[in-house]
Design a protein around this ligand. Structure first.
Ligand SMILES: [Zn+2]
Length: 274
C-alpha cells in the first residue's frame, strides 16, 4: 500500500502514524522492534545529515531490508529535504515519500519549489510533504511565532497539489524549556480548510494527552526525532560511566531497549484507541 493510501485509511479511523528518525542500525532496530510489538505501521525518516552520515544507498537499503526482516509495514521518507536535487536523488533510490521544506522562503517560492517536487514525485507514485509556517529548527528562536493560517494552507495545497502538510501550531524542534502551548483549535481549522494530511513536527517533550488531542483534531503524521537520539545517548553515557566494557555488542543493546520502550509508548498515543 502506498503511504498516501495509508494516510486515507488512518484518517478514516481517526488514527495517527508515528514517523521516527533513525541514525544508525541500533536506533532503527529499536524503532522496528517497537512497531512489531505494537503491530503498528511506521514511517522511517532520514534527514540530510543522517543520509550524509550513512550514505544514501546504504541508509535506504538498511531501512528497506530491516522493514522486511522485522516484517513491519513501513515507508521510507526524506525529512526536511532542503532542495529539489536531494528530493530527486531520494526518489531515484526508492524512497516512498519526500519532504521539501522551503518554509523559510517567501510564500510564492515555497509554492514554486513544492509544486516542482510534486510533479517529479508523480513519476514515482511517491508522497510529498511540504511545510507552511514557522516551526523553529534546532537553535532557532522558539518564541518567534508564525502559525499556519487556514486560508493560506488551502491556497498552498491547491496551488502545489501537495499531499501532506507540516503545520506550525506551537511546536518546535528539540526539547522545550517549558510545556509548549499547542493551538489545538487551529489544527481543526486547518483540517477544515484543506484535505491535505496534516503533519506535526517537534513532538519530543509534548505531553501524551496533547498529542492524543492533536490526533483527534486531525493531525495524522507525528514526527519524533530528538527523544530517540536523547534516550539512546543518555542511556549509553550512563552505562559507560560505570564500566569499561569494550564489546559494543554488549553495550548498545541496553540503549536500543530504551528506544523500544520510548517508541512503544508513543505508538500507543498515535494509535488513539479509546
Ligand atoms: Zn521536523
Amino acid at each position: 500500500m502506498k503511504l498516501q493510501e495509508k494516510f486515507i485509511e488512518l484518517r478514516s479511523k481517526n488514527q495517527g502514524i508515528l514517523a521516527t528518525n533513525f541514525y544508525n542500525f541500533e536506533t532503527l532496530e529499536g524503532v522496528l522492534r517497537a512497531a512489531k510489538a505494537k503491530n503498528h505501521p511506521i514511517i522511517l525518516q532520514l534527514t540530510k545529515s543522517s543520509i550524509d552520515y550513512m550514505g544514501l544507498p546504504v541508509a535506504y537499503s538498511l531501512a528497506k531490508s530491516m522493514l522486511e526482516y522485522h516484517d513491519v509495514e513501513g515507508w521510507i521518507h526524506l525529512d526536511h529535504g532542503d532542495s529539489y536535487e536531494l528530493a530527486a536523488k531520494c526518489l531515484d533510490v526508492g524512497f516512498d515519500s519526500v519532504m521539501i521544506d522551503a518554509s523559510e522562503q517567501p510564500f510564492d517560492e515555497n509554492i514554486a519549489i513544492t509544486r516542482k517536487v510534486v510533479q517529479l514525485a508523480k513519476n514515482y507514485g511517491a508522497n510529498v510533504e511540504a511545510e507552511l509556517g514557522y516551526i523553529a529548527k534546532l537553535g532557532q528562536n522558539k518564541d518567534e511565532t508564525g502559525f499556519t493560517q487556514p486560508q493560506e494552507a488551502k491556497e498552498f495545497v491547491d496551488a502545489t497539489g501537495v499531499n501532506a502538510l507540516a503545520i506550525a501550531v506551537g511546536t518546535a524542534h528539540g526539547f522545550y524549556d517549558s510545556e509548549p502551548k499547542i493551538d489545538l483549535e487551529l489544527i481543526s481549522q486547518i483540517g477544515e480548510a484543506t484535505d491535505a494530511t496534516l503533519v506535526l513536527h517537534g513532538s519530543s517533550g509534548v505531553p501524551g494527552k496533547t498529542l492524543t488531542e492533536a490526533v483527534d483534531r486531525g493531525i495524522c503524521k507525528i514526527n519524533l526525532a530528538t527523544e530517540i537520539k536523547n534516550t539512546f545517548m543518555q542511556t549509553l553515557k550512563t552505562k559507560l560511566a560505570k564500566n569499561d566494557e569494550i564489546d559494543l555488542r554488549k553495550v548498545f543493546p541496553t540503549a536500543t531497549s530504551k528506544v523500544v520502550e520510548l517508541v512503544e509508548q508513543k505508538l500507543e498515543i498515535v494509535r488513539n484507541q479509546k
